[in-house]
Design a protein around this ligand. Sequence first.
Ligand code: ACO
Length: 379
Amino acid sequence: MESNGLEGVVAATTRLSHVDGERGELIMAGYPLDDIAERATFEEMTWLMWHGDVPTVAELEGFRASLAAAREIPDAAVSLLRDCARRNLDAMDALRMGVDTLSLVAGDEIGIVARVPTIVATYARLRHGLEPPAARPDLGHAANVLYMLSGEIPDPERVRGLETYLNTVIDHGLNASTFTARVITSTGSDLVSAVVGALGALKGPLHGGAPGPALDMVFEIADASRAEEVLRRKLEAGDRLMGFGHRIYKVRDPRADVLARAAERLFTRAGDMSLYTLARAVEAQAIRLLEEYKPGRRLQTNVEFYTALLLHGLGLETSLFTPTFAIGRVSGWIAHALEQRRANRIIRPQSEYVGPRYKKFVPLPERGQRDVVEIGLRN
Ligand code: ACO
C-alpha cells in the first residue's frame, strides 16, 4: 500500500535523536534539547552523536585538536569556488560541489566536518571579492566559523549564539536529508557521497531552504499592523508560509523555543528589539491565520522561523542561512551514516505501478503524427 511521502513509516532504528511531535519534545542521544543545546560546545555535541555520550576532558581535547588541524581545503576546492563566485552561483550549489572535492584529501568524518565551514566561508568571501580566509586553529569550531566569515575574533555571546544554533540543528530523526544520507550509505557508498546527496536534499525550500524566505516575509511585512493583510494575501494565493508547519510536530517545534531565546539574547544585547518584536507579532498572526485557512492541520512555528532571526542577529547574510544549517547538520548526517553501516541492510522500498500494461510496440515508421502533444511522465 502506498504511503504518501512515507508519512508514518518507520524506516530505521536510531539512538541519535527522538522527535515527539505530539509532546513537542526532542531528545539528543539521551539529553533533552533544552538541557544541552545552550550549554555544550559543538565539538561535544558532535562527539555525542558519533560516540553515544559526551566526551571526557581528555577526549574533548584530542577531538578539538583533530578538527582544528583539518580545516584547510584543497587548492582544487578554492579554484572551483572562485569559478562558482564568478558565476554568482547559489551558495548551496557551491557548497555541494566543494564537498565533492574532499575526496581528493580526506573523506573521513573529521575531515568532512572540519572542512564544511571552510568551504562555506571561502565561498562567501570570494563572492564579496575578498580573499579566502585562513582558519584559526586556536579557536573552537563555532568561533572559527564566525572568524572565517568576518575576519574578526567574535565575542563569546556571538559564539554562544551560533553554537546554540549548530547544536540545535545537529540532528532531527529521519528528516529528508538524513534519510538521503542513510540511503546512500546503505548501498556501501562513502561518506563524501552521503554528505553530497544530503546537501542536495537540504537545499530545497520545503526542508533547509525555508529560513531565507521566512526572513524575507518578515521584512516584507515591515510593520506589525500589516501582518494580517500580507499573510492573508499569501494564504489566499495558495502560498505556504515559510517557517510554519512540520511533518512530525503538531505542536510548537521545541527547537523554535531554544532559538527564540538565543535570538532574544542577541537582540537585547544589541539594544534593538524591533525586528524581534516584529517577528513575534508575525508569528502570532501566522499561527492564527493558518488555523483559519487550514483548520485542524495544526500548523505551528518550525525551526526555520527563528533560525532566520538568530542567524540574521549574528550578522549572517540570507544566502548563508542554509549553508550554516549544513555546518551543523553534517555531524548528524555522518552519525547516521556510521549507525547505518554498523547494522546495514540496503534501503530499498517498493513502488506501486499504476501505469498501463501489455501495450503493443509500434515500430517508429508506423507511428504517424500525434494531434495533441502528450507529456505523460513529464507531468
Ligand atoms: N503554509 C500554508 N499551508 C501549509 C503550510 C504552510 N507553511 N504547511 C502545510 N500547509 C498546508 C498544506 O497546504 C496542506 O493543506 P491541504 O491539506 O489543504 O492541501 C496541509 O497544510 C498539510 O500539508 P502537507 O504538505 O501535507 O504537510 P507535509 O507534512 O507534507 O509538509 C512541510 C511539511 C513541508 C514542512 C510543510 O509544512 C511546509 O511546506 N512548510 C513550509 C516550508 C518550511 O517551513 N519548511 C521547513 C521545515 S523544517 C525543516 O525541514 C528543517
